[in-house]
Design a protein around this ligand. Structure first.
Ligand SMILES: Cc1cc2nc3c(=O)[nH]c(=O)nc-3n(C[C@H](O)[C@H](O)[C@H](O)COP(=O)(O)OP(=O)(O)OC[C@H]3O[C@@H](n4cnc5c(N)ncnc54)[C@H](O)[C@@H]3O)c2cc1C
Ligand SMILES: *[C@@H]1O[C@H](CO)[C@@H](O)[C@H](O)[C@H]1NC(C)=O
Ligand SMILES: *[C@@H]1O[C@H](CO)[C@@H](O)[C@H](O)[C@H]1NC(C)=O
Ligand SMILES: *[C@@H]1O[C@H](CO)[C@@H](O)[C@H](O)[C@H]1NC(C)=O
Ligand SMILES: *[C@@H]1O[C@H](CO)[C@@H](O)[C@H](O)[C@H]1NC(C)=O
Ligand SMILES: *[C@@H]1O[C@H](CO)[C@@H](O)[C@H](O)[C@H]1NC(C)=O
Ligand SMILES: *[C@@H]1O[C@H](CO)[C@@H](O)[C@H](O)[C@H]1NC(C)=O
Ligand SMILES: *[C@@H]1O[C@H](CO)[C@@H](O)[C@H](O)[C@H]1NC(C)=O
Ligand SMILES: CC(=O)N[C@H]1CO[C@H](CO)[C@@H](O)[C@@H]1O
Length: 536
């Protein structure tokens, strides 16, 4: 049956009525918030196209577009009542000003890689300020710097640098879809850390929207706030718009390798040697060690679980020099020339993220990760090498738990030279390596999640004798709510101190001071933000 057009449109209006009525009667505070946003953004950059309420057809896809831990992509996680996909700095300013006026909780999201979903999940009603549209990158090879906006991904940054020079790079994370906003403000490390330090050791300026809605640069924000947003987490202090970074030198040819050894292949002795070598070897060489549990090549058809060490490396030089360093310092690994792949620094990023190195490098511009899963992460720092007996106990525990993975990232080199107070990131000299605990799974459901999360807690607990204590240190970018959360209430300082000291050690007090000065009413807050000083 064909309906006349006018009748059709009447039906459509009726059909759309309930939701519109709901939208206008339900949330008067939401509407006044939207009116405030419109009022505060300038007319040449209208904010309306950036506002998504649950009534918008694309609300769910906008929300899901930057969920990078499937644990939070479900029906039982609280949803925001609004998403602002800022298109312009004035939209950020409007969001900050209006949210305070209406006493609303704001979450800031850039790349969405927070391990605990802190950028897009909350226990209280909240809205998301989404930064993915604010992502321009401007590389200046002559000056040796680049201007990178918060919504850019690391892959985009690397690609844009390499587009202009094959001898420049930037020391940041190995996962190309991670966002600049969270990554750099939280410290940011990658496989050039032993040579050049963290991302924040190579930041020379920044732009931030402060609690008053002002756009500040390094000069106008002052050295304290500039210090704080180099590792203390942006979300406690303001909205990071951009960083100006100092590029570093990389050779035209770098070498990568990945070598695996199971317990049957002498892994215990090789790992033991790695503990002593990896943090002290040539700064051009970074050898990450990944430990997981696999089925061993069965003897007599008996399936047996074993631990496998995967040694994955970036060397800032050619394979000839690498082989001679390895022969000299780490012959136990048995690295062969055929294990070595010479490539460009940009392509080494593909190798490290498990993308075939022959793929077009444009894959780094892909904002969607190659795969997504459900995950939990925790971290630790090791200051003394673990004995072979200690390692054997860890293998036994891992085999018992079966589904946990350890990543060991060696420190030393440049990391040990930079003072612990130079930035909020305190884990410098004296650390041999950082441990990351992983559980990854592929099934939805809270019970399944609890099972895997518990495995990481058990392994973390087992590791207690081998890792830092008083405080037991953790890496802020490896967000772990097990360390404690603040409930945004009266106790936020006491609660904040608990995780704050683990993440920042003695720098915590300075972060609190700066926080109290720049955001005394604690507008910029989340589950693990820096608290203000108690008033009494
Ligand atoms: C697959 C994967 C690989 C990783 N690899 C590394 C690695 O190699 N090295 C490393 O150091 N870390 C790594 N991480 C951790 C990562 O650096 C942190 O999760 C980082 O915070 C992510 O930044 P984001 O912008 O993508 O995340 P988001 O989830 O958007 O944000 C993380 C936090 O920063 C805040 N924030 C985001 N943008 C802003 C802004 N513009 N202004 C103020 N606050 C903001 C958020 O509110 C949130 O609290 C990895 C994470 C994943 C998921
Ligand atoms: C969301 O929906 C509202 C009302 O239907 C509409 O005015 C607005 O333009 C939509 N926003 C976007 C970004 O599409
Ligand atoms: C997230 O959940 C939605 C709704 O269940 C689903 O359509 C989407 O595919 C999920 N995203 C991913 C990446 O699995
Ligand atoms: C295992 O490593 C030890 C110590 O490095 C070494 O002495 C031994 O020969 C190695 N065994 C094998 C089978 O490679
Ligand atoms: C290892 O073997 C078990 C059976 O003993 C099997 O269920 C499991 O899938 C195997 N794992 C891998 C990674 O092959
Ligand atoms: C080993 O197991 C496989 C499959 O389980 C079987 O096909 C094979 O015959 C077995 N071999 C021996 C020697 O038992
Ligand atoms: C099984 O693995 C353990 C180490 O985890 C090893 O000691 C043992 O010899 C292995 N057994 C077989 C039959 O391979
Ligand atoms: C990478 O891709 C090339 C070309 O398609 C292929 O020949 C090669 O086997 C691939 N390498 C790996 C490790 O998959
Ligand atoms: C945003 C908002 O105010 N939502 C409310 C809409 O109405 C339902 C039912 O009355 C409330 O539960 C929501 O909190």
């Amino acid at each position: 049956m064909l309906l006349p057009l006018s009748l059709l449109s009447i039906i459509l209006i009726i059909l759309s009525l309930p939701s519109q009525t709901l939208a206008s009667t339900n949330s008067s505070s939401e509407n006044t918030f939207i009116r405030c946003l419109v009022h505060h953004s300038d007319s040449s950059n209208p904010i309306t196209p950036a506002i998504f309420t649950p009534n918008n057809a694309s609300f769910s896809s906008v929300l899901q577009a930057y969920i990078r831990n499937l644990r939070f992509n479900n029906s039982y996680t609280r949803k925001p009542y609004l998403i602002i996909t800022a298109l312009h700095v004035s939209h950020v300013q409007a969001a900050v000003v209006c949210a305070q006026k209406h006493n609303l909780q704001m979450k800031i999201r850039s790349g969405g890689h927070d391990y605990e979903g802190v950028s897009y999940v909350a226990e209280v009603p909240f809205f998301i300020l989404d930064m993915f549209n604010i992502r321009s990158i401007d590389v200046d090879i002559a000056a040796g710097t680049a201007y990178v906006q918060a919504g850019a991904t690391l892959g985009e940054v690397y690609y844009r640098i390499a587009e202009k020079s094959d001898t420049h790079g930037f020391p940041a994370g190995v996962c190309p879809t991670v966002g600049v906003g969270g990554h750099i403000s939280g410290g940011g490390y990658g496989n050039m850390m032993r040579k050049y330090g963290l991302s924040v050791d190579n930041v020379i300026d920044a732009e931030i929207v402060d609690v008053n809605g002002r756009l500040l640069d390094r000069k106008s924000m002052g050295e304290d706030l500039f210090w704080a947003i180099k590792g203390g987490g942006g979300a406690s202090f303001g909205v990071v718009i951009s960083y100006k970074i100092r590029l570093v030198q990389v050779p035209k040819v770098v070498t990568v390798f990945q070598v695996r050894r199971t317990l049957e292949e002498n892994a215990t002795n090789i790992v033991y040697k790695w503990e002593h070598v990896a943090p002290n070897i040539d700064n051009d060489l970074f050898i990450r060690l990944i430990l997981d549990v696999v089925n061993s090549t069965s003897q007599n058809n008996v399936t047996n679980k074993t631990v496998r060490g995967t040694f994955i490396a970036l060397f800032l030089g050619d394979s000839k020099r690498l082989l001679s360093i390895m022969k000299e310092s780490f012959p136990e690994l048995g690295l062969k020339e055929s294990d070595c792949i010479e490539t460009s620094w940009l392509r080494s990023v593909l190798f490290w993220t498990n993308i075939n190195i022959t793929m077009p490098v444009e894959i780094l511009l892909d904002r969607m990760p190659q795969s997504l899963n459900y995950l939990k992460r925790k971290s630790d720092y090791v200051k003394e090498a673990i004995s072979k007996e200690g390692l054997e106990g860890i293998w036994k525990k891992m085999i018992e738990l079966e589904n946990t993975i350890l990543y060991f990232n060696p420190y030393g080199g440049r990391m040990a030279e930079i003072p612990a107070t130079a930035t909020p990131f305190p884990h410098r000299a004296g650390n041999l390596w950082k441990v990351q605990y992983q559980a990854n799974w592929n099934e939805p459901g809270k019970e399944v999640a609890d099972y895997y999360i518990d495995l990481t807690r058990k392994l973390h607990s087992y590791m207690t004798p081998f890792v830092s204590k008083n405080p037991r240190e953790a890496f802020f970018n490896y967000k772990d709510l097990d360390l404690g959360i603040n409930h945004n209430g009266k106790n936020s300082y006491q609660e904040g101190r608990v995780y704050g000291v683990e993440y920042f050690k003695e720098n915590f007090d300075k972060l609190v001071q700066i926080k109290t000065k720049v955001d005394p009413h604690n507008f910029f807050r989340n589950e693990q933000s820096i608290p203000t000083k108690p008033t009494n």
